[in-house]
Each structure stands twice: as structure tokens, then as C-alpha cells.
Design a protein around this ligand. Structure first.
Ligand SMILES: NC(=O)C1=CN([C@@H]2O[C@H](COP(=O)(O)OP(=O)(O)OC[C@H]3O[C@@H](n4cnc5c(N)ncnc54)[C@H](OP(=O)(O)O)[C@@H]3O)[C@@H](O)[C@H]2O)[C@H](O)CC1
Ligand SMILES: [K+]
Length: 609
């Protein structure tokens, strides 16, 4: 099958699929076991998936070369591993070599995919081996350590001077950090590419343009981590479905633009490992107001936020909650903060009363071991004590409490075990602090490199739902019976990284929980297995609502800053979308209060879409 045939058959796959399938394709990510399970029936039917994959890579590379005005003198390097990922890369290289481009494959392992290697050589490709113990037919081997070193250096020099690097060292078969020669290649080239990238946008191809095959080599495919050296890509062609690394920080940044090559996988029958929160999910979390509604039926949120030191957080969290489609807010805090809240929001009711959700801790300082808890901290601690579960999960009162958002200073006051309708909203530093308090030996850089793993650890240890804030916000489910599906909100523009943005999010989340009070109330576990599904459902609803709040927060910020740029941009569909370069204006600077002013408009946009 040549490139054109493969492309036509690819296009016919795409055409036969409906909108729902395409929507699932760009919204959900599947772990590597699930991807292998989905590809199996197609391989059994004889679908030449590897040829489709290679044709897609070659097609995009040709378009790139054309857009950069590069003729047949363009130098193309394939970094080829020993597995099927290397096979994809070699077949793609063969297609390009057939078109007359000089293509060199650097073999990082001891073998190469047989068929792909043969086709590559027959098409005029060149091979450069690095491993003296290789058994690749017709290639030099058993060379000295000195020669191996020279070969490595020359290969790196060659690769860094090529126009296109096709990274096909590892894909979904990667296990842990890259080791051996692949590790050294990633170390040398990855560092060089990062440095060149820092100085150059590459509009003029002054550095190699890196096209990753299926996944960038060296990243954590299933958890989005960066466990060691990796090859940062400008573009990743991902086959069949998104893998979690496409949506999870920090690895998703190493993917560059993602191009999804649809293989017609049966996505509907498989559970995603992660999902991007889109407009639909966010809209579903906003309760429609009814003609019969009164303020109480729309939901009331109680806030114990702000402090003598940070009274502004009281204003931001309270105004944000009040603007997020509920009936009323109650505020509790120091007199100075009360006055400021009333000044900004005359509608606020000061003092205790019945609520459908709580927000605690935003703008409340963390408590040092030597300090006495101040009044605000004492009230939060007393409230949180009602959510405490003993090790065996008993304490029925905790399940009957309204959902609660535990932010900033209140994270220090969290009981050891709580139900899933306790939602923690830490940033990376606060998550590190929380885990340290729980006895985990970890620093912030490690959390930043493996955010999913540590957010999950906090959820597993405490039982709470965890919303980890960042340019991409990760939500992991709480409770004992929840599945591992993670939700990622990437709607926010970079302009949202500003003081008080977290206080606004906490208020908005509290309000969205209040208007969905019936959906987010876990029932007391009966010990009966049939109830586990119900509890899992509630845990998922809570996580979705938390993701929705992050989405709405990002959308309001985008409206305020007039930014088109986001933390995560939708993957492109190969054969459907154009390769034309898109520009995402970064918008204008904003402060957190600007976000509050745009919440209503953001809700309107969701509801009218
Ligand atoms: N999913 C699909 O529908 C299709 C996938 N295709 C492509 O196939 C790869 C998966 O191929 P697979 O052979 O299973 O695995 P990889 O090629 O990704 O990786 C295996 C090789 O990588 C070496 N490896 C693994 N981990 C490391 C590491 N930490 N450091 C160094 N080297 C590593 C491994 O070496 P071993 O010594 O462990 O054997 C293998 O050599 C998929 O990603 C797609 O690109 C199909 O072509 C299309 C359909
Ligand atoms: K790769």
C-alpha cells in the first residue's frame, strides 16, 4: 500500500465515522492496555495499521517541508527504536525517501522492525547504528568503545543539523525512564532542542522540527510524567486515540501540536483513563433556573474565607460564588472582611445559617505549629471535624454534611479521612505541603513532574476529591470505590495566573456544588457491594462538577482577557483539519476581580451554546 492508497483508506475510515465518535476522540484519553485492546480486533481483520500510521507521519512531514519551502535537499533524520514505534518511523522514512528526500535512520537499539527496515533500505534510506552489539543485517557491529562514542557524537551532530527529526524511539511500549543509548540520545538531543527552542520560535526552521511518532520518546505515556530525558516534539502524530500524556501536564507540553490519526477504534466500549472537560460537561453542571425557584431552592453557599491579613480573599470568593448561578451566599469571618464583603456585595448575608455547600480556607493563613489557631481557623477546624471518618469509614454524620471546598489555609486543618464530597483545591505547593503532613517524603519539583500521581495519592490517602490547580487543572476522584478516570480542564488562558484567581475558583466551585446538592451527596456506605456503584457515581459527579468549575473559571478569564490562548488546545484530526498554523492571541492582562465580572457572561455562553 503506498502513501496515497493508505491516505485514501484512512479518509474513508474518517468519513464513515459520526460526529459523536470524533467528539470522543478529541475528548478522551485511553491508557496503553486499552489502546492495545482496541487495536487488536482491527489487526485481526488485517488492517495495516502500521502503514496507516506511517503514511500519516509522511503526509504531515511533506506538508511541513512544503510550508517551510524546503525542496529535496531537506535533511530528514529518523530516530528508530527496536519496536513497532521504530517500525512506524522507518516506514514513514521509506515513503519520504521514495519521494527523493535524503533520509537517515539512527538505530538506537540492537534490532529494527524487519519489514520496515527492509522497505526503508529498498527505498533509498540510510542507516546509522549506534549499538556495537546490534544484529541489524548489513550494518557494522562489534566496533570499539571509542568508535561507539564517535558514532554517537556524529549522529547527534547530524540529527541536530537536520531539518526534520522523526522521533520513533519508543511509543506505547515505553517502560519507565529511557535507558541505554535511547536515554543518551534523549539526554543530548532533548537538552539541545530545549535550548534552541528557548531562543527561537522556529518560524524560519533554524532548528530541527521534531515530529513524534505516537508519543514523544521518554515521557510517561500513561501518567503524563517526565521520568527522565525525553525528546520534546513540535508535533505528535498519535494513533487510534489520545494517550493520557496528550492531556496531562507536564508531558502534554512535550507533545507540541497533537494530530490524531483515527483508526476507527471502538471507543464507545472502553473506559477512558482521562477526559478533557469541554463545554458540554461544564454546561451540564450549571443548573437551569426554574419559574418555581426561590432563592433557597437555587442553592446557598456558606463561606469561611479571608482573614485579618487577607480580607480581599473574602471578597473574591464571596462575589465569585454569588455570581455563579445560586440563590444566596452567607459569609463568616473577621469584622474587617465582613465590611469589605458587604461593601462589594450588599446581597451577602453575614453569619451562620442553612447552606447547601461550604467554601473554607481561601485567604486564611496556614497555621504554623507554634501559633494558636485564630478564630477563623478554629471555626474551620470545628466545621471540618464533622467530616472526619474513622479508619473504617464510620461516622454517618460526615456523609450527611453539605459538600465542602477546602482551599489554601484550610488544607492544614483537614481530618485524615473524609468522604468524596470534600473537595480539596491545592496548587502544587499546597499539595506538597499536604502530602508532607500526611507523612509522604516529597518536594515540590517532584510533584510538578508527576502531578497526577501525587494528586491521586492525596485522594487515596484522604478519600477527598482533589482538584490540583495549574495551567491545566487535574481533578481526581475521591471515595473508596471511585474509578481512576481523571478530568483535566485546560480552558484557562495564561493570563489567569494572577493573585486571587484561586479564591475566585473556590467560590465558583462552592456555588456549583450547592446548585447540584442532590447529585453530590454520598449515601452512608451500607457495606453492601451493590451500593459501591452508587458511591462511585457520586464521586464521579463531584469530580465532573469540580472540572466544570475549573472550565467556567477559565472561560470567564478568557472573556475578561479576550484571550484565545488556553492551557490545552484541542487535538487536530488527521485527514479533517488543515495543517495551517493557528494563532492564539494571549489577550490582555487581568486581575482576579475581572474574572468575577465575567462569570455571568461565561454562564450565558455555556447555556446558549
Ligand atoms: N496502537 C496502535 O494501534 C498501533 C501502534 N503502532 C505503533 O506501535 C507502537 C508500540 O510498539 P511496541 O513494539 O509495542 O512498543 P514501542 O516500540 O513503543 O517500544 C518498545 C521498544 O522500546 C524499547 N524500550 C521500552 N522502554 C524503554 C526504555 N525505558 N528505555 C529504552 N528503550 C525502551 C524496548 O526495548 P526492550 O529492550 O525493552 O525490548 C523496545 O525496543 C505504538 O506506539 C505505535 O507507534 C502501530 O504501528 C500502529 C498501530
Ligand atoms: K516516539
Amino acid at each position: 500500500m503506498d502513501m496515497q492508497q493508505s491516505q485514501e483508506s484512512q479518509e474513508s475510515i474518517v468519513e464513515s465515522l459520526d460526529e459523536d465518535h470524533l467528539q470522543m476522540l478529541v475528548q478522551h484519553a485511553y491508557d496503553t492496555d486499552t489502546v492495545r485492546a482496541m487495536e487488536q480486533p482491527l489487526l485481526e481483520q488485517g488492517e495495516p495499521l502500521m502503514r496507516h500510521a506511517a503514511a500519516a507521519v509522511a503526509t504531515n512531514v511533506l506538508q511541513l517541508l512544503e510550508s517551510f519551502d524546503l525542496d529535496e535537499h531537506a535533511r530528514i533524520t529518523v530516530l528508530a527504536g527496536a519496536g513497532d514505534n521504530g517500525g512506524d518511523g522507518l516506514f514513514a522514512g521509506a515513503l519520504l525517501a521514495k519521494r527523493g528526500f535524503p533520509v537517515t535512520a539512527i538505530a538506537v537499539g540492537r534490532t529494527l522492525h524487519d519489514d520496515a527496515y527492509r522497505t526503508f533500505i529498498e527505498s533509498g534510506g540510510h542507516i546509522w547504528v549506534l549499538d556495537a552489539a546490534n544484529t541489524i543485517p548489513g550494518c557494522p557491529s562489534e566496533f570499539s568503545a571509542g568508535e561507539a562514542g564517535e558514532r554517537f557524537e556524529q549522529a547527534m551532530e547530524f540529527a541536530s543539523n537536520s531539518h526534520i527529526i522523526i522521533d520513533a524511539m519508543t511509543g506505547i511500549g515505553a517502560q519507565g525512564a529511557l535507558r541505554g543509548i535511547a536515554g543518551s540520545v534523549a539526554q543530548t538531543l532533548g537538552a539541545l532542542l530545549d535550548e534552541l527552542r528557548a531562543h527561537d520560535s522556529n518560524d524560519d526552521m533554524q532548528r530541527p522540527y521534531v515530529v513524534a511518532v505516537d508519543t514523544p520518546s521518554g515521557i510517561g505515556v500513561n501518567d503524563g510524567s517526565l521520568p527522565g530525558p525525553y525528546i520534546p516534539a513540535d508535533m505528535t502524530l498519535m494513533f487510534g486515540a489520545m494517550k493520557p500524556c496528550a492531556i496531562l501536564p507536564p508531558a502534554c507540553s512535550a507533545c507540541g501540536e497533537i494530530w490524531l490519526v483515527d483508526f476507527g477504534f471502538d471507543l464507545e466500549s472502553h473506559d477512558p483513563a482521562g477526559s478533557i472537560v469541554g463545554m458540554d460537561l461544564a454546561a451540564a453542571a450549571i443548573r437551569q433556573v426554574m419559574p418555581t425557584d426561590a432563592k433557597y431552592s437555587r442553592g446557598v453557599t456558606g463561606l469561611i474565607t479571608g482573614s485579618q491579613q487577607y480580607p480581599g480573599a473574602a471578597v473574591l470568593s464571596t462575589t465569585a460564588a454569588a455570581h455563579t448561578n445560586i440563590g444566596m451566599v452567607r459569609y463568616m469571618g473577621p469584622t474587617r472582611a465582613q465590611d469589605l464583603v458587604l461593601h462589594a456585595l450588599p446581597e451577602a448575608v453575614i453569619g451562620k445559617g442553612h447552606v447547601q455547600s461550604w467554601v473554607v480556607g481561601s485567604g486564611v493563613p496556614v497555621r504554623t505549629a507554634e501559633e494558636e489557631a485564630d478564630l477563623q481557623q478554629q471555626s474551620i477546624e470545628a466545621l471540618l471535624a464533622h467530616y472526619a471518618l474513622s479508619e473504617d469509614g464510620s461516622n454517618e454524620e460526615a456523609y450527611a454534611m453539605p459538600a465542602i471546598v477546602v482551599d489554601a489555609g484550610a488544607l492544614d486543618l483537614l481530618p485524615d479521612h473524609v468522604p468524596s464530597h470534600v473537595v480539596l483545591t491545592p496548587h502544587m505547593g499546597e499539595l506538597t505541603r499536604l502530602l508532607t503532613r500526611l507523612g509522604v517524603d516529597v518536594d515540590e519539583d517532584t510533584v510538578r513532574n508527576q502531578p497526577l500521581q501525587y494528586a491521586r495519592m492525596a485522594a487515596k490517602m484522604t478519600g477527598a476529591t482533589v482538584l490540583l490547580k495549574g495551567s491545566l487543572t487535574i481533578v481526581v476522584q475521591g471515595g473508596q470505590f471511585a474509578d481512576d478516570q481523571v478530568f483535566v480542564a485546560g480552558r484557562a488562558p495564561a493570563q489567569l495566573a494572577t493573585a486571587g484567581a484561586g479564591d475566585v475558583l473556590a467560590g465558583m466551585l462552592g456555588a456549583i456544588l450547592a446548585q447540584n446538592a442532590d447529585l453530590v451527596q454520598p449515601s452512608v456506605p451500607s457495606g453492601d457491594e451493590s451500593d459501591h456503584d452508587d458511591e462511585a457515581q457520586v464521586a464521579q459527579a463531584i469530580a465532573e462538577i469540580a472540572g466544570a468549575a475549573a472550565y467556567l473559571h477559565g472561560l470567564a478569564a478568557a472573556l475578561a482577557s479576550k484571550a484565545k490562548q488556553r492551557g490545552w488546545h484541542r487535538a487536530h484530526l488527521f485527514g479533517i483539519d488543515d495543517l495551517d498554523e493557528e494563532h492564539f492571541p494571549i489577550g490582555r492582562p487581568i486581575v482576579a476581580s475581572d474574572v468575577v465580572k465575567k462569570i455571568a457572561a461565561a454562564i450565558g455562553k455555556l447555556q446558549n451554546n
